[in-house]
Design a binder for this molecule. Structure first.
Ligand code: S3P
Length: 442
């Protein structure tokens, strides 16, 4: 822990105006590096998110023998080692704050006959890893020390990986992806049966690189994903679209700051990531989609967002996987809506970078907004305005930090956060971008 973490205060000023592009998508950035490292030959990536989480994944891949270079800002080249080809690393792999980097790499290492130690910061050391280790053990990997399912842990990858049929006990793209990445090294078919579909970037990118991946509907909201093992992955250039989870912060800041009119360029609109936009439109938000097009195999559009009145809604639990990272900032929009917003089925928020359910409720209450947790539901009593004036504990969680600052840009009194340093894990340049729109952050 640093002696003096950098505090930051956001305060209300004029409307937000301008046109900006948020950094590249975090999920796609991790996957482009990892799948590039498992391909044979050179993968060129443009628009990679250069946040700390993704940089830690790049370092881990280098430690395992892939060549990773950055010829220019946002431009990356990965020379892969082929499926199953990672070399052992003597030094532990440090994933910092990133659950995605750590869990995807556990899967990628589990299919290789090597041993590696995985570690992370105090937040990541608290997060559950057993959910990933369980299926990886069925594939043939072993954990070498008693870990109680937490980092640090040492994983011995499988010498002869076994293809499995896996039904994730929780809707988690990280868990699905870990199993698919491990299954690459197994002969035969690895199958993941999701009761609720989660973000599909891994299966899409594997297919793009030439793997045989079949995706079929399963039940009401689920999918059955079948991966044929031991493909030769062929590099394809990847252009990373703008991250909808990062775009959520300036987007909601514009909706709740009177008079604002902002355009967010090139935001990815993958349906399994677009739950926030659906919800905000139900709340009455003005979000116009301009120039919808394809970038890097995904639908993207420029979003024109104008401030206006919002009303409270009920957000169904079934929508949670498509907006799992957006609830803290949606709760800020809910505070500025007229009437109550109920967000259902948020159990997974308890195991994010912080207990985000508790941290979001505490953030609101510290700023004079009535919020309750009932079971796994979050209920926000919107009043069309927010008093503000609070000091927010961010708990090493970038999204709690940015949500609190968005609140401060529109609340009556300024909002202060205890530690701004974790914003750099996912959204380097957040402060400059918000200031360029007219936000006052000091
Ligand atoms: C991610 C999946 C989500 C999300 C995280 C990124 C991914 O986690 O919260 O920020 O890239 O696969 P879970 O899959 O654990 O819900």
């Amino acid at each position: 822990m640093r002696a003096h973490p950098p505090t930051l205060t956001a305060r209300r000023h004029g409307p937000l105006k301008g046109r900006v592009r948020v950094p590249g998508d975090k999920s796609i950035s991790h996957r482009a590096l990892i799948i590039g490292a498992l391909a044979v030959g050179e993968t060129a990536i443009s628009g990679l998110l250069e946040g700390e989480d993704v940089l830690n994944t790049a370092k881990a891949l280098q430690a395992l023998g892939a060549q990773v270079e950055r010829p220019a800002a946002g431009e990356w080249r990965v020379r892969g080692v082929g499926v199953g080809g990672f070399a052992a690393s003597a030094a532990p792999l440090d994933f910092g704050n990133s659950g995605t980097g750590c869990r995807l790499m556990l899967g990628a290492v589990a299919g290789c006959p090597i041993t590696a130690t995985f570690d992370g910061d105090a937040s990541l050391r608290k997060r559950p890893m057993q959910r990933v280790l369980d299926p990886l053990q069925r594939i043939g990997a072993r954990t070498l020390a008693a870990t109680a399912g937490r980092l640090p842990l040492t994983l011995a990858g499988a010498r002869e990986p076994i293809p499995i049929v896996f039904e994730p006990p929780v809707p988690s793209a990280q868990l699905k992806s870990a199993v698919l990445l491990a299954g690459l090294a197994a002969p035969g078919e690895t199958v993941v049966i999701e009761a609720e579909a989660t973000r599909d970037h891994t299966e899409k990118m594997l297919a793009l690189f030439g793997a045989d991946v079949r995706v079929e509907p399963q039940g009401a909201n689920g999918r059955r994903i079948t991966l044929a093992g031991q493909p030769e992955l062929t590099p394809r250039p990847i252009r990373v679209p703008a991250d909808p989870s990062s775009a959520a912060f300036p987007l909601i800041a514009a909706l709740i700051t009177p008079g604002s009119d902002v355009i967010l360029d090139g935001v990815m609109l993958n349906p399994l990531r677009a739950g926030l936009i659906t919800t905000l439109r139900e709340m009455g938000a003005s979000i116009e989609q301009l120039d919808t097009r394809q970038e890097g195999g995904e639908d993207v559009a420029d979003l024109r967002v104008r401030a206006g009145a919002l009303r409270g809604v009920e957000v169904p639990a079934a929508r949670a996987p498509a907006m799992i990272d957006e609830y803290p900032v949606l709760a800020i929009a809910a505070a500025f809506a007229e009437d109550t917003t109920v967000m259902r089925g948020l159990k997974e928020l308890r195991v994010k970078e912080s207990d985000r359910l508790a941290a979001t409720a505490a953030l609101l209450r510290a700023n004079g907004i009535a919020a309750d947790i009932e079971g796994d539901d979050l209920i926000v009593n919107g009043k069309g305005r927010a008093p503000g004036g609070g000091l927010v504990a961010t708990h090493m969680d970038h999204r709690i930090a940015m949500a609190a600052l968005v609140l401060g840009l529109a609340s009556e009194q300024p909002v202060k956060i205890d530690d701004a340093s974790f914003i750099a894990t996912s959204f380097p340049g957040f402060l400059d971008l918000m200031r360029s729109l007219g936000g006052v952050l000091s």
